[in-house]
Design a protein around this ligand. Structure first.
Ligand code: GUN
Length: 286
């Protein structure tokens, strides 16, 4: 069996078209949805990510500002800047790119963002809202994964979903979103014994560890849906060195799975798309 691809680029294009239409409707009412992206330091990967986020805003008719600060920025100064953005009526969403330099307490920074502008969904108020099923912003990556499942018309009710990874950004919120759709959810992590015995029972597997080949073909039930959140580089000396790859052994797993997301072109573009959706929602909520 060869799995069907879930194309994150195509789905993103469709969703971003809808965002652009809703943004145009808001502009007619005199509201321009605005996102502030804050980057501290010179992490090259972060620089690429924030540039992509700002460009995606521009392409969909959202206003965006990129604020870049040196790695030596004092925490107090960053908090003061976030306070100012919280009060700025032209800004509906605030994103502070992670990781932050070691002298800055990232959780403290996140908690300073107003929950009404927390389009990353990382604030404890956003996490709590997701946990109890109240309205709030959902973290963009797991939200994008849910949209992919929705796009293939997958009914999660009563299905067994296995999430590999327990981060606050992906694994934990992913599990809560799947639970909200009535899946039976198992969260696996580095301390899990016999991961394969669990993944073999899964109807849906989300791999979000950040390590190549965490999920191999022998670990997948035929026909399962496989969502690959990983973003890794193939190391030097191996075939395809330097290329992007996910956490899933894609070429082998696609022969077993029913549906699979590729890397690149799967979850990655969906993360940015859901950031646009959250920013638009923030502007619509006013
Ligand atoms: N660093 C890696 N992914 C993300 C993300 O989704 N949001 C933020 N703010 N930083 C990140």
């Amino acid at each position: 069996m060869t799995a069907q691809l879930i194309d994150g680029n195509a789905l993103s294009k469709q969703l971003r078209g809808e965002v652009a239409k809703r943004a145009a409707a808001l502009r007619e009412r005199g509201i321009v949805p605005g996102l502030a992206v804050v980057l501290v330091g010179e992490n090259p990967a972060s620089q690429v990510y924030v540039r992509n986020k700002v460009k995606a805003c521009q392409d969909s008719g959202l206003h965006s500002v990129l604020e870049q600060y040196p790695a030596t920025l004092r925490q107090a100064d960053l908090l003061a800047r976030i306070d100012a953005l919280n009060k700025d009526p032209a800004i509906h969403g605030i994103l502070v790119q992670l990781p932050l330099p070691a002298h800055i307490d990232a959780q403290k920074v996140i908690e300073t963002i107003s929950p009404a502008k927390d389009v990353d969904g990382f604030h404890v108020a956003s996490a709590g809202a997701l946990m109890v099923g109240q309205p709030g912003f959902w973290p963009c990556t797991p939200y994008g994964c849910m949209k992919m499942l929705e796009a293939i018309g997958y009914d999660l009710k009563g299905k067994h979903a296995v999430v590999i990874g327990r981060s606050n950004i992906v694994g934990k919120p992913m599990a809560l979103m799947l639970l909200q759709k009535n899946a039976t959810v198992t969260i696996c992590h580095s301390g899990t014994q016999n991961l394969k015995a669990l993944t073999l029972q899964a109807d849906v597997i989300v791999a979000a560890v950040g390590k190549r080949n965490v999920l191999t073909a022998d670990m997948v039930k035929p026909g399962a849906v496989v969502i690959d959140v990983g973003m890794n580089r193939i190391p030097d000396g191996e075939p395809g060195a330097g290329k992007l790859c996910g956490d899933v052994d894609f070429s082998a797993v696609k022969e077993v799975a029913g549906w699979i997301t590729p890397v690149p072109g799967g979850v990655g573009p969906m993360t940015i798309t859901m950031l646009l959706v959250n920013t638009l929602e923030a502007a619509e909520r006013g």
